[in-house]
Design a protein around this ligand. Structure first.
Ligand code: C2E
Ligand code: CA
Ligand code: CA
Ligand code: CA
Length: 284
């Protein structure tokens, strides 16, 4: 059959059509979500491995659709970055996250807890510092309690504008974390050239700590120990991500890694759940 050959003219690709439809659907969710206030943040505790106490929370965006329930952020962020709505989402999510931090600050032990917020490369415009400080002022939170988690994609182009924004944020005491550390290219050079003060060890390393292959386990332990040494020397905080088992936790503790987060230590949860869990954990 001629039409099915390599050069056959396709008027319609059902696969492409469904991708486009999916995208349109997400775009509509975003627009309606911004209008109808469907965006929220879940918080995942970050734990100090020396004392076992919660020292901070990572804010993870959720779109709470009235019919479809909670939608995971990855797809939404991808579409929002393509369409440019990421800035409005970012501002909305930051406002909610800071409000949550202000609320949690009244709980004993959390007065000085920090909030880590993921910031997309596309949010790094000259207005970011001013809008950030305005939100912090609104909720009475000092900038030193905020960490912006960025990926190498932000730093890759060494743009002077990005540097200025990072320096303005840092000068006010806000911290910058390099997210997914170790998964991209030349991460180490970013530690030299930008005001980064937290390193987040990617989940893949944490997982490898309990790999079935002993050689892998040994090598990843050396690697994590090395990153930890570098971080300490540079006065960087280090946070291991994706801790799912007691064994991984113990490995990180034995290597002297400072902070960690993961399902084993606490899942991302709505603030009401965090509050009631913490309330229950308190000594009476
Ligand atoms: P990320 O910043 O690397 O966030 C960690 C992801 O790992 C989160 O997925 C979290 O729920 C998940 N996680 C936490 N502990 C564990 C664990 O023990 N095991 C496993 N397997 N996963 C764990 P989530 O919430 O689906 O977010 C995915 C990504 O979406 C984030 O990766 C981040 O890059 C992005 N993201 C989330 N919220 C925001 C936001 O408000 N703004 C922007 N720009 N990006 C966001
Ligand atoms: Ca993150
Ligand atoms: Ca990460
Ligand atoms: Ca990631």
């Amino acid at each position: 059959r001629k039409h099915n050959g390599k050069n056959g003219t396709k008027l319609f690709d059902p696969l492409m059509a469904s991708v486009a439809q999916e995208r349109l659907k997400i775009e509509r969710f975003i627009e309606t979500g911004l209008r109808e206030d469907w965006f929220d943040v879940h918080l995942q505790p970050i734990v100090d491995l020396e004392c076992g106490l919660i020292v901070g929370f990572e804010a993870l965006m959720r779109l709470n659709h009235p019919e479809h329930g909670l939608l995971p952020p990855a797809d939404i962020i991808r579409v929002a970055e393509e369409t440019g709505t990421i800035k409005r989402i970012g501002e909305r999510v930051f406002d909610k996250a800071v409000a949550h931090l202000a609320r949690l600050s009244s709980l004993p032990g959390l007065e000085n807890s920090y909030l880590a917020v993921n910031v997309s490369p596309l949010q790094f415009s000259a207005e970011l510092p001013a809008s950030t400080f305005a939100t912090l002022m609104k909720w009475g939170i000092t900038p030193s309690r905020i960490v912006f988690e960025i990926t190498e994609a932000v730093l890759m182009h060494h743009s002077p504008e990005v540097r200025q924004v990072l320096e303005a944020l840092s000068a006010a005491g806000l911290k910058i974390a390099l997210d997914d550390f170790g998964t991209g290219y030349s991460s180490l050079s970013y530690l030299l050239h930008f005001p980064v003060n937290t390193i987040k060890i990617d989940q893949s390393f944490t997982r490898s700590l309990t790999d079935e292959d002993e050689a892998v386990r040994k090598r990843v332990r050396m690697l994590v120990t090395g990153i930890n040494t570098v971080a300490n020397e540079l006065n960087c905080r280090i946070v291991a991500e994706g801790v799912e088992t007691e064994e991984q936790l113990q490995a990180l503790v034995s290597m002297g890694v400072g902070h960690a987060q993961g399902y084993y230590l606490g899942r991302p949860q709505a603030i009401e759940i965090i509050e009631s869990d913490l309330g229950r954990a308190l000594p009476r």
